[in-house]
Design a protein around this ligand. Sequence first.
Ligand code: G3I
Length: 361
Amino acid sequence: MLGAQLPAQGAPASDAGESLQARAARRGLIFGSGVSWPDIQKDPEFRGAVLADCAEIVPAVEMKWGELERREGVAVYAAADSLVEFASTNGLQIRGHTLVWYRNLPAWAPAALTGPSGSAVYETHIRTVLEHFAGRLASWDVVNEAIWTPDGLPGFLRRCVFQQAFGADYIPRAFSLARAVVPTMPLYYNEFGLEYDDQLHSQKRHATLQLLSDLKSKGLVDGLGVQSHLHVGWGFDAQVFRRFLADVAGLGLQILLTEFDVNDARAPADEQIRDQQIADHAQRFLEVALDEPQVKGMLCWGLSDRYTWLNSPPYDRADGLPNRGQPLDAAMRRKPLWNTIAAALDAAPRRHSGRAAGNSR
Ligand code: G3I
């Protein structure tokens, strides 16, 4: 397997000092990042940075349905398997992301899901993927981004092909099938837009709690992935967010910050000022997030500015400059955001275990 052929240790990310994964582990937390296989494979410097700072990785695209089954019935697991192999060779945990998402679907899937064999197509996809990776992953994002309150649907669900085909039931069905196929696997619901102090985020928090409460009452969910795509300049209310995390924890669920990064579209061009604003914004968020004992860890969505979705078109910054929202810059050097994450991990209350525990039933 390709993963096994890669050097286990690339050049460590520039400066000396304890890594983020080591700091997290001391607190019983886990630190990691979303990564893509081509970047890991082709770029020893990035690979080294990932191995230095991360104890867990998540395939940013490789396990999505549209990547695994571009042609109906022809499963291609090469890239996803390479990441699993890379993780295993290097002693990293790896999460599954994501079984049911309205984006990155195969082109043939919408017609198949809404056709006469829709149920079988849906269940076969979920079962096949879970079985393929069984025993090799730390947790799964079973359903991703199902809530979109502006759509005005019952349960605040997003209007999407799954909801069109099966109604609101598509969510418990996916979790229930996952439970049956991989009974000991921690199952997560993953969502964005939960962090800020505005009407949309407030509605999404409310709807997410309702969904989680319903799934938990049926013993179907173990955790919430709070994506944590932050934005400099957006209004963050520490008390409101602290309360939300406590409410999720009160349901008996684990929480992971699953896709942490900081969009700097509203920060000035000057790099020093920008990096400081990014770090300050993240600090306010992490201080609250890592204080909740049910938060078990944090994963960046890219780790380095060299590979981040924040720098894919359409660009958010009016001046066209690349975003600087990851802890390492495009040259793999640590930035103020790295130091902020390090300090927030150091200050976090100690957990009993940083490893994703078994499911919570
Ligand atoms: O790999 C191909 C490349 O061969 C081709 O030349 C190129 C041309 O467009 O596309 C490349 O694939 C792109 C892939 O990212 C590469 O990383 C896909 O087009 C592009 O759609 C894909 O975007 C990903 C997106 O999810 C959709 O799957 C982003 O990388 C990934 O960061 C993003 O992640 C999502 C999370 O899953 C859920 N939360 C939001 C987050 C950001 O959108």
